[in-house]
Design a protein around this ligand. Structure first.
Ligand code: SF4
Length: 373
C-alpha cells in the first residue's frame, strides 16, 4: 500500500489578507489551545484505522502555522511520530509567513522534524505586499530565508503571486529575479484569483483595483516559466517549479490521487477511494463535527479526476496506469479529441503519457473538458 500523506490545517492568521478566502481566522488566540487539543484528539481517533499505513509526507498548512507558539508544533509532531509509522525520509513541510518568524522558533521546528519550509512571500515588492494586505515586507522575506538556512533548512520553497492589481510585467520580472537571488529549492507561482466576498473583489468591482488582463496574465506566466527554467528550476506542474529532486512530494500525492488524510477544520481527505471533509468553520470544528459528506467516488468520477489532476503535471497522465486502474485504453477511446488537440498544439501523446503543451496548460480546463466523456 502506498504511503499516506497527512495534511494538518492550522487556521489562524494575524490579520486577513485582502484576497484571502481560505479558512483562516485572525483574532482567535483564545481558541488556540482548544483547537490544538481537538486536532490532536482527531489525529488519535484515526490511529486504529492507520495501523498498517506509513506516513510519507506531513504538511502543516493554513492559515499561518508559524504564528502559533512553537510548543504546539512540537507537541503535534511528537503525536504524529508516536502514533503512526513515519517514513524515515518523510517530507515534513510547514507553511510560514515571513512576518512571523524568529531564528529560535525555526531552530525548534527543525529539531521537531520539520524539514521543508514553505514561505508565503507572494511578492518581493513592498507596494504590492501592502496592497495585498500582507503583514510582511520584502526584506522580511529575505530575512526569513536567511534564518531558515541558519536553522538548518536545506529545502525552502517560496510562494509567489502574479496578475496582481497594479502589477506590471516589469514588476513581476523584478519579483522573479529577487526570488531566484534567494536560491530557494522550490518556487510556486500562482495567478491571483479574485474570490467573491473578499475585499479584493469589492475593490475590483468598484474600480479601486485594476487587474492585468488575460493576455498580460499569460505573458506573466510565460515570463515565470522562462526565467525560472533559465535559473535551473524545472516546471513540474502548472504553477510549480523545483530544482532537481526538490518537487513537493506532498502535493504530488494530490495530483496523482494518492491517499491523503486531512485533519483540522476545512481539511479534505481521500482514503481508499472515499472523499470526505471536515467542516470549514472553526466553531463547527471545535464543536466536534468531523468527516462530513463522505462519498465513494464512482468509476466515472475517479476517471475524470485522474484526467483533471494528472494533466496539471508536466509529466502528464500515465496511460498504462490509467488502463490498469480503469480497464480503458484512453488513447483509443479519445483518439479523435486527442488528434484535434494535437493539431491545435495543445496536447500530445508521447512515451505512453498524455501531456499538455505549454499552450495547453494555459487553457488546461478547456482541454480537459474536450476530453471528458
Ligand atoms: S496569510 Fe494566507 S491564510 Fe492567512 S489571511 Fe493571508 S492569505 Fe489567508
Amino acid at each position: 500500500m502506498s504511503a499516506l500523506a497527512l495534511y494538518v490545517h492550522i487556521p489562524f492568521c494575524r490579520s486577513k489578507c485582502a484576497y484571502c478566502d481560505f479558512a483562516s481566522y485572525p483574532h482567535r488566540e483564545a481558541d488556540w489551545t482548544r483547537y490544538f487539543a481537538a486536532l490532536r484528539a482527531e489525529w488519535r481517533s484515526w490511529l486504529p484505522e492507520l495501523a498498517d499505513r506509513e506516513v510519507g509526507t506531513v504538511f502543516l498548512g493554513g492559515g499561518t502555522p508559524s504564528l502559533v507558539p512553537v510548543e504546539r508544533i512540537e507537541e503535534l509532531l511528537a503525536d504524529v511520530r508516536a502514533g503512526a509509522r513515519l517514513a524515515p525520509d518523510a517530507e515534513i513541510t510547514m507553511e510560514a509567513n515571513p512576518g512571523t518568524l524568529t531564528l529560535e522558533q525555526l531552530r525548534r521546528c527543525r529539531a521537531a522534524g520539520v524539514n521543508r519550509l514553505s514561505l508565503g512571500a507572494q511578492a518581493l515588492d513592498d507596494r504590492l505586499l501592502r496592497r495585498l494586505g500582507r503583514i510582511h515586507t520584502a526584506d522580511e522575506v529575505r530575512a526569513a530565508v536567511w534564518m531558515a538556512r541558519q536553522a538548518g533548512f536545506d529545502d525552502v520553497s517560496l510562494d509567489l503571486m502574479y496578475a496582481l492589481p497594479g502589477q506590471s510585467c516589469e514588476d513581476w520580472r523584478r519579483t522573479l529575479d529577487a526570488a531566484v537571488a534567494l536560491v530557494p529549492e522550490h518556487i510556486s507561482a500562482y495567478s491571483l484569483i479574485v474570490e467573491p466576498g473578499t475585499p479584493m473583489a469589492d475593490w475590483v468591482a468598484l474600480g479601486r483595483a485594476v487587474l492585468p488582463d488575460e493576455d498580460e496574465a499569460i505573458a506573466m506566466q510565460r515570463e515565470a516559466i522562462e526565467r525560472l527554467e533559465r535559473a535551473g528550476y524545472a516546471r513540474y506542474e502548472i504553477s510549480n517549479f523545483a530544482r532537481p529532486g526538490r518537487m513537493c512530494r506532498h502535493n504530488l500525492v494530490y495530483w496523482q490521487r494518492g491517499d491523503y488524510l486531512g485533519i483540522g477544520c476545512a481539511a479534505h481527505s481521500l482514503l481508499g477511494g472515499v472523499r470526505f471533509e471536515n467542516p470549514r468553520g472553526l466553531d463547527e470544528y471545535l464543536s466536534g463535527a468531523r468527516r462530513l459528506n463522505a462519498h465513494r467516488l464512482s468509476r466515472a468520477e475517479a476517471m475524470e479526476e485522474t484526467l483533471m489532476l494528472s494533466t496539471r503535471l508536466c509529466c502528464g497522465m500515465d496511460l498504462r496506469a490509467y488502463r490498469a486502474a480503469f480497464g480503458v485504453d484512453f488513447f483509443e477511446t479519445h483518439r479523435a479529441a486527442l488528434d484535434r488537440l494535437a493539431a491545435l498544439g495543445l496536447a500530445r501523446v508521447e512515451d505512453g503519457f498524455l501531456r499538455l503543451t505549454r499552450e495547453g496548460m494555459e487553457v488546461q480546463n478547456a482541454v480537459v473538458l474536450e476530453l471528458i466523456d
